[in-house]
Design a protein around this ligand. Structure first.
Ligand code: K1U
Ligand code: ZN
Length: 167
């Protein structure tokens, strides 16, 4: 297994639109395993393939307390969603940045597992929020896109300052 590099905003790779996976070959399993390792190491509760510069519809998630319930979600589609809640979100592509985002509290998801078999999942609370956040990454959308231009600009400046401090 290997740790992957997570793109940092505003890298243009974060705006790429991911394509569906049609062949469930060994390289996809390897990508999923490397993404899980990268997510646990970060640490995070989710990671989308576009964040590691792979434009494929694959996300990994683990919202469990013991970090022992990995989910590999391929070609996800939300088939039903409930009313919305506001929750504070973070993102591994925006280190140190947190913002309130409005999302559905519950959803029903259809996706393919690592073998290509179609699965259905009912999710609520943090899992539902994380699924929506990761699916946004697959269409090139990031959580600050939900904020006002003023707040987005403030975040961009904060990140630039942090990145200048690193170099
Ligand atoms: O997509 C990502 O960058 C991962 C992101 C997922 C997410 C977090 C919160 C709300 C919605 C989606 C993260 O994992 S940020 C890090 C984080 O939330 C966390 C890290 C350690 C322990 C618990 C949470
Ligand atoms: Zn994110």
């Amino acid at each position: 297994m290997a740790l992957l590099h997570i793109l940092q905003y505003p890298h243009p790779g974060l705006r790429e639109k991911a394509l569906p996976i049609t062949v469930f070959e060994k390289s996809i399993t390897q990508l999923a395993e490397n993404m899980l390792e990268t997510m646990y190491e970060a640490p995070g509760i989710g990671l989308a393939a576009t964040q590691v510069q792979v434009a494929k519809q694959l996300v990994v998630i683990d919202t469990s307390e013991n970090k022992d319930s990995p989910l590999i979600i391929i070609n996800p589609k939300i088939i039903d969603k409930s009313d919305v809640i506001v929750n504070e979100e973070g993102c591994l592509s925006f280190p140190g940045i947190y913002a309130n985002v409005t999302r559905s509290e519950r959803l029903i998801l259809e996706y393919q597992d690592i073998k290509g078999e179609v699965q259905r999942l009912e999710a609520d609370d943090l899992l539902a929020i994380c699924i929506q956040h990761e699916m946004d990454h697959l269409i090139g959308k990031v959580f600050v896109d939900y904020l006002s231009p003023l707040k987005r600009n403030r975040i961009r400046k904060q990140l630039e300052k942090l990145q200048r401090g690193k170099s």
